[in-house]
Write a protein that binds this ligand. Structure first.
Ligand code: FEO
Length: 172
């Protein structure tokens, strides 16, 4: 049984994951319009993953006897200065999500809700992986640079890293 505090916090997390999905969809869309198909695919996939994160929380709340709330979605930013800014914005958002998950774990422990704390461990691990992935991608973008054919190589590099990451996920 969820305490009201934990249920409310889980519903806020549902909203955060839903909004993350929209943000990454807007980033995918921006990349698509700049002919950055590798980056676009990366963000389309990430948008789907965030929706899955939202649904996983939604089912957990309902299965635990609470009431999941479907969130209103905020209009995401549609314009970015360049592709490095896109990835840095996404990374910054992931850091906020990680902090929010950590706060949720702390709340569950304070409320002596071991089941929720245990359930959230999956999100703790997921955030760790996502942050590491974004750091790798941003480092690679900085290394290649945005000048000349840089964008072409960045787009290929993102596609390669993204595919390697998906393959690693598949064998887990
Ligand atoms: Fe589900 Fe990466 O936040």
């Amino acid at each position: 049984m969820l305490s009201q505090k934990v249920e409310d916090a889980l519903n806020q997390q549902i909203a955060m994951e839903g909004n993350a999905s929209q943000k990454y969809l807007a980033m995918a869309n921006w990349c698509d319009t700049k002919a950055l198909s590798g980056c676009a695919q990366f963000f389309y996939k990430h948008a789907e993953e965030e929706r899955m994160h939202m649904l996983k929380l939604l089912h957990y709340v309902n299965d635990a006897g609470g009431n999941a709330i479907i969130p209103a979605v905020d209009q995401p930013s549609a314009n970015f200065d360049d592709v490095q800014v896109v990835f840095e914005t996404a990374y910054s958002h992931e850091q906020k999500v990680s902090q929010s998950i950590d706060d949720l774990v702390e709340l569950s422990e304070t409320e002596k809700d071991k089941q929720t704390a245990n359930f959230l461990q999956w999100y703790v691990d997921e955030q760790h992986e996502e942050e590491a992935l974004y750091r790798t991608l941003i480092d690679r973008i900085k290394l290649i640079g945005l000048q000349g054919r840089g964008l072409y190589f960045i787009d290929n590099e993102v596609a390669t890293i993204s595919a390697a990451n998906a393959a690693a996920e598949a064998v887990k």
